[in-house]
Design a protein around this ligand. Structure first.
Ligand SMILES: Nc1ncnc2c1ncn2[C@@H]1O[C@H](COP(=O)(O)OP(=O)(O)OP(=O)(O)O)[C@@H](O)[C@H]1O
Length: 522
């Protein structure tokens, strides 16, 4: 039997005692040998003089010959440390009164049985090649011991090739056995998991994913992320830090956060789902270039970033979008990401009567941020106030500008200045959007169903503007994967039952309630 509890003993605002588990062996009779000192005080080599005296003052200890007998129970709790990091600590309660100890354990057990959000059984996928190839070691050394202490059973699959996890989830995995799926890897691995889970759910409910207006059925399983990739942007944006122990503790205590998922289509063909960034132009080009340099490891992004910046390409096309209602907030709001129930309710009650808008122009970057996209290098992210679960995305259009201006815009990703405060940048909170590259508009007169032929297009701009034109069109970077089409339609939905295991909130209301209950019972 394993017992776990959330208990708050509020010493200061930073300290939240969150008891994770209590194993039977922790609730044991503890016998410490005692020796009487010539000064008549008790001494224990194991406990030290001070603690024995404290115990003697507090507890009516049973002293027989040279032994002190008392009962002890140890509870593990989550301690918040700096920068959203959580650590596991222990506190031991001792009492000479066996009945009192048992009463505490009974109450703790009762409270624990009310916690249905804590997972008991997890399916874990490890990408051994993600990031610095430390996924397996991170799981075995930092995460598995915590899961064991919390009595969570985990079936572990170390992936053997790309899409192993996705395909296993789509077809083979017996999902009824599990309370959640955990991925140990980077954003690419998380993307595999959501594709596997969402596709499986739609198949089970006979929803055709190719229909861009089909209502998606929410997944019933939650997904946990143990960061072990290159950037781990989704983990950072949902947990606030890229730290495997913190993520494991969030999973153990059953924290969760609903997320927006968007489906990307090309005409009536489903391409991919996205939960963080859809980027055309700058971020698409970086990804395309970095894929050719995989052998460089995470350093490939720096190199490709510098190269793409120097190339300074821009692309012409039309972005059409359906703006979100005014009460869904504005991307330039000063507030941080909100994710509350109120916004989710608003998202469900949305009106479809809004008018679509279209913007035609030459863009260096078109970014759709469904979440802040914060990462250690850009602590505020591409859109600091993007909401995690409101059924919208922040569409950021960076128009053609000089290299210096674009550099000024990029630098604002790394500091606190308003990154949208430039004449060449505009941002809209939207529910859906579509993009037509210019050459595609021309093509559509003939045959829209044909994919664009790269060789048949000329560069969009010419003349002494200082641009390089490797290609007339870019690619979409969809959460770190390249999309095969430039012309896309994107629709956002909040997967109400699709949660990541992990979020910034503390469960202090529950903690207070539990402590009060324990005190009133004892
Ligand atoms: N065993 C495997 N061998 C090769 N590739 C794998 C394996 N398992 C998963 N992958 C693929 O590796 C890609 C990158 O994985 P992951 O996101 O974990 O690491 P990463 O270094 O952060 O990569 P990226 O930054 O490109 O997302 C994923 O797209 C995934 O499909």
């Amino acid at each position: 039997m394993c017992i776990s509890l959330i208990l708050q003993i509020s010493h200061d605002e930073q300290t939240v005692f969150q008891v994770i588990l209590l194993q039977p062996q922790h609730c044991s009779l503890t016998i410490y040998p005692l020796r009487r000192e010539p000064s008549q005080s008790w001494y224990s080599r194991a406990l030290g003089l001070k603690s024995v005296q404290q115990l003697l003052n507090v507890n009516p200890l049973i002293v027989s010959n040279s032994f002190v007998l008392f009962y002890a129970l140890t509870v593990c709790y989550v301690r918040r440390t700096r920068q959203h990091q959580w650590r596991c600590s222990e506190v031991t309660f001792r009492s000479a009164n066996q009945g009192l100890c048992e009463q505490w354990i009974t109450v703790i057990n009762e409270q624990l049985s009310l916690l249905t959000n804590r997972p008991k059984s997890l399916l874990v996928y490890i990408n051994p090649y993600g990031g610095k190839r430390r996924g397996k070691r991170i799981y075995e050394q930092k995460v598995a011991p915590l899961f064991r202490r919390a009595c969570i059973s985990a079936d572990v699959i170390v992936t053997e090739q790309a899409n192993h996890a996705r395909d296993h989830l789509k077809t083979e995995a017996n999902l009824e056995k599990y309370d959640g799926v955990v991925c140990v890897g980077g954003d690419g691995m998380f993307s595999e998991i959501i594709h596997g889970l969402i596709t499986r759910t739609q198949t089970d409910h006979q929803v055709d994913q190719n229909l861009s207006d089909a209502e998606l059925v929410p997944c019933s399983l939650r997904i946990g992320i143990i960061p072990a990739g290159s950037t781990d942007c989704i983990c950072f944006a949902t947990v606030g830090t890229n730290d495997p122990v913190t993520s494991a503790l969030h999973i153990i205590v059953g924290d969760s956060q609903p997320m927006d998922v968007c489906s990307v289509h090309h005409n009536q063909t489903f391409l991919r789902y996205s939960v963080s960034l859809l980027g055309y132009g700058f971020y698409g080009d970086i990804l395309t270039d970095s894929e050719r340099k995989r052998w460089l490891g995470p350093a490939r992004y720096d190199l490709s970033g510098a190269k793409t910046f120097l190339n300074h390409n821009y692309y012409e096309g039309t972005v059409s979008f359906l703006p979100a209602e005014d009460d869904m907030g504005n991307p330039r709001d000063k507030l941080q990401c909100r994710s509350g129930r109120k916004l989710q309710r608003k998202a469900r009650e949305r009106k479809e009567s809004l008018e679509a808008l279209a913007i035609r122009g030459k863009f260096i970057a078109i970014n759709a941020a469904s979440m802040s996209c914060a990462c250690p290098r850009s602590p505020k992210g591409l859109s600091p106030s993007a909401h995690l679960a409101d059924g919208t995305t922040d569409l950021i259009l960076v128009r053609k500008c000089s290299r210096l201006d674009f550099l000024r815009h990029l630098l604002r990703h790394t500091n606190k200045a308003d990154q949208f405060d430039h004449s060449f940048v505009e941002v809209h909170r939207v529910r859906k959007f579509r993009f037509q590259p210019r050459h595609y508009e021309l093509l559509s007169l003939e045959d829209l169903s044909e994919p664009p032929k790269k060789a048949s297009f000329r560069p969009i701009c010419s003349g002494p503007t200082g641009c390089n034109y490797g290609s007339a069109y870019s690619s979409w970077n969809c959460d770190g994967e390249i999309l095969p089409h430039a012309a896309i339609q994107v629709r956002y939905a909040t997967m109400t039952a699709m949660h990541t295991l992990g979020f910034l909130r503390s469960s202090s209301d529950f903690l207070h309630h539990t402590l009060k209950k324990i005190i009133s019972c004892t």
